[in-house]
Design a protein around this ligand. Sequence first.
Ligand SMILES: [Zn+2]
Length: 435
Amino acid sequence: MIKNSFIFIIFGFILTSIIANAQDSLYFRQTIAKLSSAEFCGRGYAYKGDSIAAAFIADEFKNLGLHKWTPDYYQSFTINMNVFEGDALVYFGEKYSKVQLFENTQIMAYSCPMHGSFTVKEVKAKDIFNNKVNLSDNKNKGFILIDISRLNTKDSISKQIYNKVLETVTKNLLHAKGYILVSEKLLGWPVAYGRIKAEHVTVNVTKEYLKKKPKQIFLNLHSRHIENYQTQNVCGYIKGTEYPDSFFVFIAHYDHLGQFGKDYIFYGANDNASGTAFIMDLARHFSKAENQPKYSIAFLAVSCEEIGLEGSKYYVSNSLFPLSQIKTAINFDMVGTGENGITVVCGQVFPDEYNKLKSLNDEHHFLKEVKDRECSNNSDHYPFYSKGVQAFFIYGMGKSGRYHHKSDTLENMSLGGYTGLFQLITNYINLYNTK
Ligand SMILES: [Zn+2]
């Protein structure tokens, strides 16, 4: 009898905690699903994806009863940005099948609108490097094809040639209509290039797809360069019961690479719907009456990370309360995995605080591993760190879709460290609540 009821109690306890965890991860999962859905247009600037996301986050902050510094939780600022909102077609003559965007062909983010057929002339990368190209007869008429697929960027001369070609193409130093860059694999797609106002187009295509050099290229490309596009950080806070002027800060960038043309969406579930949903989940937890923190907690969902940390840079230059009042700032970027543990960037720079996280995990085994790293300039903690704030950046290790690719979806992501990370962070804040 006793044994059975004991088992029943244990079972009941386990069941309750499973339900509680399922409930928690449900909010996390649902919020990621929403943020990474097609209606948010990849949370970039085409179709105002960033604004759709910001409105959703601000609405949720309001529902949770977060305090605000501005009437709508927005901290607005402007950027210049090139967006692709219509057709984005490219053909290399009839014998080629339709290109697959971001699989075998991509159009660089600065590219201007262009319609029609253009001749293609090949120029050797080496000749560009040696300033041997004279195209005065070809000025502004056609496209220049440059094959960079053999430039092994590991050796220093190749690297120099590669860099010179990239500079020539980006700045259109040969005054062409556009460029076709043939590479082994597609180059990265820096959305930061969209900040450049260009008057040419660059098409990057894989060697495997473009086996023969084409004589013509056909384009139907709609793009639009917007000056002073208004975007926004979304900022709210919970007032500490004992030390309202002292803040913990949770940061996550909600922007992603956006949508390219009508069809291609970068969903960005791990990067960084996950971090955004995570800080919203923390806001949900700490805004409950029973979890009121002694110190204030600020929640900063920032924009423009993908174009060079612009949202967090803007924030630290225009902080809504003195940065000197921040005890610790933690940036969550790509926390949709975590079954293999987490890495704490800047952990090596602030060992005392890092060891609090590490010891909590050693004691409770929330996550498989908590690793530290030096400080690096790769996410939104960095502008805070460079202003003297004790700031960390946490990312998860585990299974997700491809980085900066449309396969970065909720379905492809494990969510394997969610519960552990949530417990680690809430327990970390509770260290200060019980003092
Ligand atoms: Zn990213």
